[in-house]
Design a protein around this ligand. Structure first.
Ligand code: NAP
Length: 308
């Protein structure tokens, strides 16, 4: 059966696009991918999403969005898209050997925070390890936290965290920041920001019960290791947009983010729309992703009306 709308990805952007397109009677099919619910499912409490004055857990927020979409007729499948062909309409989307077709496609495959790849980092994700200071910084009032990375994101996160934390230590693998001059100055001028130069993290210490209690650092020049105590570790070593599926198909910037036409979710292919973190490396918030998902659904609806 040919669909009117297929949505690839199920974070706040994809599921909001599903809610809006379902309410427009477009019966969207959502392929949720390998991480149903997206990045919010690896955070704990979300306290900045409007409408939840007491906060809500990331997984619960995403479950509610999915329920809301299904209530209006969206079909959600825990399946991972393996190939697409957008060369002509209807567009083709494959899950392995199974082919699906659709008049429009909304791409909301998100981005993935780069991680160091340590077992302890994986175990303590959401228990003191975070990749989002805006989401989790509030929980570190008067505590000591580490931020890993030396780019603009690391500095931005570190300076943001000084609003809550008593000390913020930037762990950078070199002795010169990659961040822009203005951001560097902002960090250097902040009395709460300190640096572990030429350092990487070998292990994050703690348990799910205790939370993070410290780290083992390695000096990248001498190879020596040392321990440092802390209450939280924020990863800020960059994000990777999940766009490998669309290489040579959709226009991307030099970092691989999809390019949308200004003030819309239109990609370079009419009928294919993009929303959320896959096309936004600036704001990267659940609420901005949800807003752009709404835009994509409305763009798809108007596009379909125009085709009829
Ligand atoms: P980025 O510029 O790629 O910086 C990543 C940082 O993480 C680098 O310092 C890098 O170290 C370090 N790193 C990468 N992999 C690592 C690993 N495995 N172990 C330890 N350290 C590692 O990423 P970003 O800071 O997220 O910024 C992305 C883009 O967004 C940039 O263009 C940035 O200017 C922009 N941005 C702008 C603002 C702003 O202007 N307000 C805020 C945020 C982001 P090396 O330096 O040694 O490579």
């Amino acid at each position: 059966m040919n669909r009117k709308v297929i949505i690839i990805g199920s974070g706040p952007a994809g599921l909001t696009a599903a809610i809006y397109s379902a309410r427009a009677n477009l019966e969207p099919l959502v392929f949720e991918g390998n991480q149903p619910g997206g990045q919010l499912t690896i955070t704990t409490d979300v306290e900045n999403y409007p409408g939840f004055p007491e906060g809500i857990s990331g997984p619960e927020l995403m479950d509610k969005m999915r329920e809301q979409a299904k209530r209006f007729g969206a079909e959600c499948a825990f399946k991972h898209v393996t190939k697409v062909d957008f060369s002509k309409r209807p567009f083709k989307v494959w899950i392995g050997d199974d082919l699906y077709t659709s008049d429009t496609v909304i791409v909301s495959t998100g981005a993935t925070a780069k991680m160091l790849g340590l077992d302890s980092e994986k175990n303590l994700m959401g228990y003191g390890v975070s990749a989002c200071a805006t989401c989790d910084g509030f929980f570190y009032r008067d505590q000591k936290v580490l931020v890993v990375g030396g780019g603009d994101s690391a500095i931005e996160e570190a300076v943001f965290l000084t609003k809550f934390a008593s000390e913020v230590w930037i762990v950078h693998r070199r002795e010169e920041l990659r961040a822009s001059k203005i951001m560097r100055k902002r960090a250097e001028d902040n009395p709460k920001v300190h640096f572990h130069w030429n350092s990487t993290i070998k292990e994050i210490l703690g348990t799910k019960e205790s939370g993070v209690t410290g780290v083992v650092l390695i000096d990248t020049q001498t190879g020596e290791s040392r321990e440092d105590s802390c209450d939280g570790v924020f990863m800020a070593i960059g994000h990777t947009p999940n766009t490998s599926l669309f290489t040579d198909i959709l226009d991307m910037d030099d970092k691989g983010y999809l390019i949308t036409q200004s003030d819309s979710s239109y990609t370079n292919i009419p009928g294919v729309f993009a929303c959320g973190d896959v096309q936004d490396h600036t704001y990267r918030q659940a609420i901005t992703a949800a807003g752009s998902g709404c835009q994509a659904a409305i763009d798809a609806e108007r596009y379909l009306e125009f085709q009829e």
